[in-house]
Ligand binder design. Structure first.
Ligand code: PMV
Length: 316
């Protein structure tokens, strides 16, 4: 028998950027995200007699992280035989979008079904958190919150049950020549910033304000809080006392300036950036083509794609 699950990726509007427990992946803050319709991972798991195996986009791939995560699941759910994990990422890797959120959510969903464990989404979100923190939010469609919690049981994600709204994310791919700092390593460094404590305090307030903005379908407010939250997160990286760094390239900064210009012209556009140089611009479905055209005029070589609100995990 085999089982297939599809999970969409999500972009945090209030970021997770720091762990208070690295083994359990307990975050220092609660976070809030939007699930994206256009970017997703389809994963099939099939028992095999030999060893865990990963086939990613048709190619046999390094199994270390998958195997470690499957062992976490074995520890939590009881032993199960080795699995062949076949995963197709419909997250343009060239766009540098984090695929770990959709990948670990789809894997958790497929494995638990395959071994006959009927878990609700809260339980799934706690398991997926151990593979990649952001994956805990990818079981839900539209807006999700991940409660930081104090232990394995209380750190889980749930849907915000937010009203529909015409929100869109314009994803601008920026090429990076600098060596990538993994999100775990970036978080370790950020924790050494003297500003980290202030960021925590601000993030907790922004988490509350963001929930109100989402429930009020106030896309301008959502964008404004998200941009401030993201730029503050990246300021931690620059001010780390151990190995300060930045994910920004000159193109990242150019796009941030374009976003500011658009706002001065009265166009709704706010930026958010994750563990890489790419910029996601929060706007509305009707304004997305204007944002895309402005970016294309200034940076004709970059790949731009618009994403809208997506659904939660599903099984074939
Ligand atoms: O889930 P991870 O370990 O890949 O970390 C995700 C970190 C950010 O994308 C920068 C923020 C977030 O909350 O998704």
């Amino acid at each position: 028998m085999s089982t297939t699950a599809t999970a969409h990726t999500n972009i945090a509007l209030i970021k997770y950027w720091g762990k208070k427990d690295t083994r359990l992946n307990l975050p220092t803050t609660s976070s809030l995200s939007l699930t994206l319709k256009q970017f997703y991972t389809v994963t099939t798991v099939t028992p095999n007699a030999l060893a865990d195996q990963l086939i990613l986009n048709g190619e046999e791939s390094d199994t270390t992280r998958t195997h470690q995560f499957l062992d976490v699941l074995r520890g939590q759910l009881g032993h199960f035989s080795p699995l062949t994990v076949t995963s197709e990422n419909h997250v343009p890797t060239s766009a540098g979008l984090a695929s770990s959120a959709s990948a670990f959510a789809a894997l958790t969903g497929a494995v638990t079904r395959e071994i006959g464990c009927d878990l609700n989404k809260v339980a799934l979100s706690r398991l997926a958190r151990r593979g990649s923190g952001s994956a805990s939010r990818s079981f839900y469609g539209h807006f999700a919150v991940w409660h930081e919690g104090v232990d394995d049981v209380t750190s889980f994600s749930e849907s915000l049950n937010a009203p529909d709204m015409p929100i869109a994310l314009v994803v601008a791919e920026v090429s990076s020549r600098v060596k990538k700092v993994s999100s775990s390593e970036g978080m370790r460094r950020a924790l050494t910033s003297p500003n980290y404590h202030d960021w925590l305090t601000k993030s907790k307030l922004q988490f509350q304000d963001m929930q109100s903005a989402v429930m009020a379908t106030d896309i301008e407010k959502i964008g404004s809080i998200a941009e401030d939250n993201a730029l503050s997160m990246h300021a931690l990286n620059l001010t780390a006392s151990q190995k300060p760094f930045t994910y920004f390239t000159s193109e990242t900064q150019q796009i941030l300036a374009i976003v500011q210009d658009l706002r001065q012209q009265g166009i709704l556009a706010f930026a958010t950036i994750d563990a890489g140089p790419n910029v996601k611009i929060i706007t509305t479905i009707t304004t997305a083509p204007i944002v895309t055209a402005a970016l294309h005029d200034a940076l004709p070589h970059i790949h731009i794609e618009t994403a809208t609100s997506g659904s939660g995990i599903n099984y074939d």
